[in-house]
Design a protein around this ligand. Structure first.
Ligand code: TMP
Ligand code: ASP
Length: 243
């Protein structure tokens, strides 16, 4: 299938992707943009080819997760910047999984940057740019009307831990430490919840196993070098030792 034959109209434009409706009401197309933003878009940039790298990386990682029994919205990669996905209603929770303290966790709680956490930490953030994506508890989710169903929240946590376990093993075999990452989930019409959005160096932190060199969006956030070179290295590692 190809983008031109399927696409209907743009439904939404986010910071990193555009979403299009298709000739099939159950499917959408996500387009990965070259734009880079950080700190709730206070810092902006653009890197030619970044969108294509994230498109390929997301496609490979969703395929890996599907192979390991995780249901995702991913259907197929259409071309360099477009993936075809099942249409879901996005749950407005950013599910963050952390193996190592860094970023906002270290900043907020004063935990030493780089400290290996004693157990996998799963956090919820309210997906709301106006409010700057604040951290929330299960009870906040219910008060906000995101869900009244504790089972849904437990499912998000269980899936997040399973995904972490699959990805962590996959990356360490490729000499990359999976430090932390952000997931988004969506609901299908029957109420079931599946993994949605993307998994890429925009939404994960990867450190080289031997040097701890950062190979993710922190390169842009902290002006550490060339973003494209870092993302290309992540793709190269993903493609290495593939069965
Ligand atoms: P944080 O340390 O800034 O809270 O980020 C935790 C993880 O979530 C990190 O891998 C980057 C990712 N993330 C996003 O994908 N989108 C966001 O808006 C933020 C703040 C973090
Ligand atoms: N995604 C957020 C932004 O665009 C924050 C981040 O990733 O640092 O501003």
């Amino acid at each position: 299938m190809n983008f031109k034959d399927l696409v209907k109209e743009q439904l939404y434009e986010g910071k990193g992707k555009k979403i299009f409706s298709t000739t099939n009401p159950d499917l959408i197309i996500a387009e990965f943009k070259d734009d880079l933003t950080a700190f709730n878009a206070q810092k902006k940039g653009n890197e030619d080819g970044k969108g294509a790298l994230n498109c390929q990386i997301t496609s490979l990682l969703f395929e890996l997760l599907e192979k390991n029994g995780i249901q995702t919205h991913f259907k197929e990669c259409l071309d360099s910047n477009h993936i075809l996905c099942q249409k879901v209603e996005i749950i407005p929770i950013e599910v963050v999984v952390r193996n190592v303290a860094t970023g906002s966790l270290s900043k907020r709680l004063g935990i030493q940057d780089g400290l290996e956490l004693p157990f996998v930490l799963v956090e919820f953030y309210y997906k709301n740019d106006t409010l700057n994506d604040p951290i929330i508890t299960d009870e906040h989710c219910k008060i906000l009307g995101i869900t009244q169903n504790q089972d849904d929240l437990e499912f998000l946590k269980t899936q997040a831990r399973k995904i972490n376990s699959i990805l962590k093993d996959f990356f360490i075999a490729r000499k990359l430490r999976l430090i932390d990452f952000k997931l988004e989930f969506g609901k299908l019409n029957d109420g079931s919840i599946i993994l949605a959005d993307e998994i890429s160096p925009d939404s994960c932190r990867f450190w080289d196993k031997d040097s701890d060199q950062k190979l993710d969006k922190d390169v842009f956030r902290q002006d550490l070098g060339n973003v494209k070179v870092a993302y290309e290295e992540v793709l190269k590692r993903i493609l290495s030792q593939q069965n």
